[in-house]
Unconditional design. Structure first.
Length: 291
């Protein structure tokens, strides 16, 4: 059974991700009101993510997760990553863990020769990255190519994309990049309705427990920045390993900027501009070459 059939909402896990506060996300301010509404149990109006993998033969769609049996001919699996990424399904986000499981399931089918990750995502939580990059690595180790077709591919989504065989942007307005990380904390110490103040007390033996969070509430950000710097270092190392052609000395590449196609290709962040159908054909070509 694939994720499209067993998808579920796990609000507790999403709340934990929001409060954990480690994100690699572009334009997060636009999504923050939805996150705060969610924590306050106010309906945000965000719908569930539209996740329907489709298997394409050389002649077009062969079967989707909701379709019937397909003919036994070579296929490319197109995996949509549309919207913010979190480790689990919830509140309009894409579950990296279960999408990765789907990819590995498809990779085990002899007639699936490769993948297109169809990405339109601002990024997401830090813990969404590794299930996906692990799946990509295992699939490529099988000799099956993984190519990215993207419109917006930012932050955590670009970390995933950088580990694939190629990154193709859809159109002149497509953007990639935003390599960086940040943290968001919700200061709930004052309840404006009741006047209650939440107080956390820590054992004398635990001065470093939740230290970054506690100091951030007091306007001291050094500990949090140090923790984020470690995450960014891992992000940069992964991009450089996955895309050795990236030009680290280009302004903005490793400081969080987004790039349109011409500059993205010049900086080594992308390999060209292709439509989804052209990306599917590219995977067929790569698969044939690998064999």
């Amino acid at each position: 059974m694939t994720t499209g059939e067993k998808r579920r909402t796990d609000n507790v896990r999403l709340a934990m991700d929001i409060l954990r506060g480690r994100w690699m996300l572009s334009d997060a301010e636009a999504l923050l009101p939805h996150a705060l509404d969610f924590l306050a149990r106010v309906p945000s109006g965000m719908s569930a993510a539209d996740y329907v993998p489709v298997l394409y033969s050389g002649e077009g769609p062969a079967v989707s997760v909701d379709g019937g049996a397909a003919e036994k001919r070579d296929k490319v699996a197109v995996i949509p990553l549309h919207g913010p990424l979190t480790k689990y399904w919830s509140c309009g986000t894409v579950s990296a863990e279960e999408v990765a499981a789907d990819m590995l399931e498809y990779a085990g089918q002899d007639d699936v020769v490769g993948f297109v990750l169809d990405i339109d995502s601002p990024g997401g939580s830090a813990n969404a990255v590794f299930p996906m990059t692990s799946a990509v690595r295992q699939i490529r180790d099988k000799g099956k190519p993984v190519v990215v077709h993207c419109d917006l591919c930012a932050s955590a989504a670009y970390w995933i994309a950088s580990q694939c065989d190629a990154v193709f942007m859809d159109n002149p307005m497509s953007q990639v990049g935003s390599i960086g990380a940040y943290a968001t904390y919700v200061d709930d110490r004052e309840n404006g309705q009741t006047g209650e103040r939440y107080i956390s007390i820590y054992a004398r033996e635990s001065p470093d427990k939740n230290r970054a969070y506690r100091e951030a509430l007091e306007g001291r950000y050094v500990v949090c920045q140090d923790e984020l710097s470690e995450l960014v270092a891992m992000f940069r190392d992964a991009v450089l390993a996955g895309r050795p052609s990236v030009k680290a000395d280009v302004d903005g590449v490793f400081t969080g900027a987004l790039f349109y196609p011409d500059k993205a290709m010049s900086a080594g962040l992308a390999d060209g501009v292709k439509s989804l159908s052209e990306c599917i054909e590219n995977v067929f070509i790569r698969a044939e070459f690998n064999n």
